[in-house]
Design a protein around this ligand. Sequence first.
Ligand code: NAP
Length: 315
Amino acid sequence: MTARSTLLLAVPVSWAGLWTAPLAELAPDLNIVVHERDKYDPKTIDYALGFRPEPGLLGSLPNLKVVFSLGAGVDGFLADSNYPKQIPLVRFVDHQLSREMAQYCVMHTLIHHRQQRMFDGFQQERKWRQSVPPRHTEDTRVGILGIGEIGTMAAERLRDHDFKMAGWSRTRKQIAGVESFAGHDELAKFLGRSDILICLLPLTPDTRHILNAKTFAQLPKNAFVINVARGGHLKEQDLIAAIDSGHLSGATLDVFETEPLPESSPLWSHPRITVTPHVAAISDPRVMAKNAVDGIARHKAGKPLENVVDFTRGY
Ligand code: NAP
């Protein structure tokens, strides 16, 4: 008989029930302990599941074998300078998550393209004003920064609305109907052809504050920005300045440098900025639990883990 393994759930205690119930159902043989709720001996922890565990926690578990992220982005783990990089970190990759993210991108691209905010204003004023979009989709160039799991699906769905698509990544891509730009040397050219810019990059030292005054200056006049990746990608003051100067036409933001977005933030009330509270995709806790349970089974069976983070790339 093999010994029971123990999984440490490192999430806010008030949320823990979202995952403990499906974990217990899917893996009745797994011991589950919740950090800061249950007493446990660090030596007994085999696996960990969390999103932004407190710095130093994972490094203090001497027998840890695999860490599972509850999110697609793992910047919350890598921000911990004591993260034990000899332990594999598995990020959350899920078709439903990618689909919801792609939906968000399509929705906000179309809201902008079809000038829906302008019609909302007309409705408020009870004004019957007919207008057509200034451009057809075929003439509107959408650029996606980060053409990985989520960026590829967003690009394909937008392409199917006939937008002229391009993606920027580290390595060259071959996606039908999506022009590929790769590496730092091709960034300026990519930005110069993007009327709508969508950020779907992981947050790494290379991509932090990539949405800044210089980037915005390289976009065509009246370009629109959608940031759905991480708040750390955007210099918020530079965005406001680029919109107020008339260079950018507006932005949609789902993620922020400080979350929850402080009440005092000027982003809340800016007339050309749409704010959503990090809800572009809400993952199903059961699917997240299954992802970890399947990973543990693979690890125990000696099979290679899937979606393991490459610490040298940072994602
Ligand atoms: P992914 O599959 O790892 O794709 C990342 C993409 O970014 C890849 O195309 C990669 O290029 C590119 N990239 C990374 N560093 C780069 C650099 N320095 N220069 C150029 N390209 C670079 O990630 P994903 O699953 O699509 O997720 C993307 C991000 O979305 C996550 O990290 C997370 O921050 C965010 N997210 C947000 C929400 C939300 O609710 N708002 C939900 C889920 C995810 P290569 O293909 O060449 O490697």
